[in-house]
Design a protein around this ligand. Structure first.
Ligand SMILES: [Mn+2]
Length: 268
């Protein structure tokens, strides 16, 4: 595939975070880890990720209000989608996934593979229907995906379980990720990766660290098992202020590379 079909978009927005902010500082730190001389361009699929492997649209100039931020994200992602590109959005908090998926509303992805400790299916959270705890409720209400498959979930309240049942969400915990039927997921497929899906031992730099999560290896293997073409992806909730020795930035950059490699492999 034409490599320029892949387009990175930074969405430095954390104004919809319910606990602590700071994820807005993530995109430049993930890029820094991506190009750090501490590593190289290789991926485990044998596809190199170099500066010319994808377009980098830079970071969106976020306004101060959430509605304006959502509109800007939706417009930026829509322009990539309409040009036949594959957007990869770096958050920001998880609220950015809703406007990112709105960009596909003319042709929604068949499947969203959502890796997270949290279902993010609240009808509202703290009075905010666009909170980072709510994006997948909005996405499912608007029919922005055929199927939502969640992995790593370990904080399901009664409300979240009811919401998952209402929307037909397939919820997998962090146990036995090898049992998730990733190979059979239909495409186009959108990957939404919240770094708190990983155990805080692997990714401490998040606002809501939840022990008992996936390992970095679990997530790499889940990604590699995707056979469907990739429609788009996001990586969210990295909070540099809470990180230790840039560990989480390195995990985000590693998983970004593997997502890009899977997108290239599966488009062939
Ligand atoms: Mn989460």
């Amino acid at each position: 595939m034409a490599r320029s079909r892949l387009c990175l978009i930074g969405a430095p927005w954390d104004g919809s975070s319910s606990f602590v902010r700071g994820a807005a500082a993530a995109p430049p730190r993930i890029r820094e880890a991506l190009w750090s001389d501490s590593t190289n361009s290789s991926t485990e699929l044998g596809i190199a990720i170099e500066p010319d492997t994808f377009d980098d649209g830079g970071d969106l100039p976020m306004p101060g209000d959430a509605a304006g931020a959502r509109l800007l994200i939706e417009q930026a992602v829509t322009s990539v989608v309409l040009a036949g590109g594959i957007p990869v959005v770096l958050g920001g908090d998880h609220s950015i996934s809703y406007p990112a998926l709105r960009a596909f509303r003319r042709q929604p992805p068949a499947t969203i593979l959502h890796i997270d400790a949290h279902g993010d299916l609240y009808d509202e959270f703290g009075g905010d229907r666009y909170s980072h705890a709510c994006p997948f409720a909005r996405i499912m209400e608007e029919g922005l995906a055929g199927r939502l498959v969640q992995v790593g979930i370990r904080t399901a309240t009664a409300h979240l379980r009811a919401q998952a049942a209402r929307f037909g969400v397939e919820v997998h915990g962090p146990h036995r990720p090898a049992d998730v039927p990733v190979e059979s997921l239909q495409g186009p497929l959108y990957v939404s990766l919240d770094l708190d899906g990983l155990d805080p031992a692997y990714a401490p730099g998040v606002a809501h660290p939840e022990p008992g999560g996936l390992s970095t290896r679990d997530v790499v293997q889940l990604l590699h098992r995707i056979t469907a073409p990739i429609a788009g992806a996001d990586i969210v909730e990295y909070n540099p202020a809470l990180d230790t020795r840039d560990l989480t930035a390195r995990v985000a950059a590693k998983l970004l590379k593997e997502i890009l490699a899977v997108a290239i492999r599966n488009a062939r």
